[in-house]
Design a protein around this ligand. Structure first.
Ligand code: NCD
Length: 309
């Protein structure tokens, strides 16, 4: 059984295969889609808010001929509100669908789902832990924008402690070579030790930094992130971090000409909308790439070939 639970499951040949297939899926989408997953049903169960992840999975499924059933506010509108466990929900939903995309506030929730599932489980974000399909679309975007995923200096900026997108991307980058990571955050929300240990173990060159301006001029990619309000123990500790980094036109002026600015979105005030029209602002292209990468992943999970390259 193939699930997508964490980026650590992807070795480099599979990552390269996903990148190549995502590129093919861009062409499929641009040609109006196809019917390769006709007859397949995808269930999306989201216990936390989402715009891009859920809708791009659903759009991806439709574009390859599949269909979708969805519980978009599952905490309130599914039987979870009556006290049903994740396990029981999955046991039932898998009899309605061929794969399940799940987002849940609890770290490890997707693993719990997978432990009872007979169909593929896709982790669409489990608390402050992982968001593997986001990391895959991020690395696809890096390839699209810069032509390569190796030998790059990448600054991850903002809430690296609670931000699952930054955590998953950092860990996925351990599968690249010649990467230098600049981990830019206030000390209170710095990258957690489990990720730092994984980076060290992989021999990835990283540097913990507080100064965005210092990171800018060295970076090929600047990856801004939202301070994850919903993960803080109280409002005061959130407010102390909110606005820690705001990327403005002045920062853009110091970003190297060939570099690119990314953000998993949603943004609050991390990026001034005034710079959206700069060609180096890649975050809307990044969000669109989510459709192609998720088409590729659904095809690899539910199509004839399976996930392993
Ligand atoms: C991210 C998430 O949910 O972790 N959003 C997304 O999927 N693009 C980032 C965030 O919410 O800040």
């Amino acid at each position: 059984m193939n699930h997508i639970l964490a980026v650590s499951q992807f070795e480099r040949p599979v990552i390269d295969e996903i990148l190549a297939r995502s590129e093919q899926m861009r062409q499929v989408a641009e040609a109006g889609g196809d019917q390769r997953l006709a007859g397949k049903i995808l269930a999306t169960i989201f216990y936390e808010p989402s715009t891009r992840t859920r809708l791009s999975f659903e759009s991806a499924m439709f574009r390859v001929g599949g269909q979708v059933i969805s519980a978009e506010m599952a905490a309130e509108t599914s039987s979870a509100a009556k006290g049903e466990s994740i396990q029981d929900t999955v046991r039932i939903v898998q009899s309605y669908a061929h794969a399940i995309v799940i987002r849940h506030p609890q770290g490890g929730a997707a693993n719990i789902a997978a432990s009872v599932a007979d169909v593929p489980i896709i982790n669409a974000g489990d608390g402050a832990r992982e968001h593997p399909t986001q990391a895959l679309l991020d690395i696809y975007t890096i390839k699209q924008e810069l032509g390569r995923v190796d030998d790059l200096t990448i600054a991850l900026v903002g809430d690296l402690r609670y931000g699952r997108a930054a955590r998953s991307l950092a860990m996925l980058l351990t599968k690249t070579t010649g990467t230098r990571l600049l981990l830019v955050s206030p000390p209170e929300i710095r990258m957690a030790d489990d990720v730092l240990a994984a980076l060290s173990e992989a021999g990835l060159d990283y540097q913990v930094e507080e100064d965005l301006a210092a990171a800018l001029s060295q970076s090929d990619i600047v990856y801004m992130t939202r301070v994850q309000k919903e993960r803080f123990p109280d409002l005061d500790s959130y407010q102390a971090m909110q606005g820690a980094y705001q990327f403005t036109a002045e920062h853009m002026g110091h970003l190297p000409a060939g570099a690119v600015l990314m953000h998993p979105l949603p943004r609050v005030d991390e990026i001034d909308p005034a710079i959206d029209s700069d060609p180096r602002a890649a975050y809307f292209r990044q969000a669109q790439n989510g459709v192609y990468v998720r088409m590729a992943l659904l095809d690899m999970l539910l199509g004839r070939r399976g996930l392993v390259a």
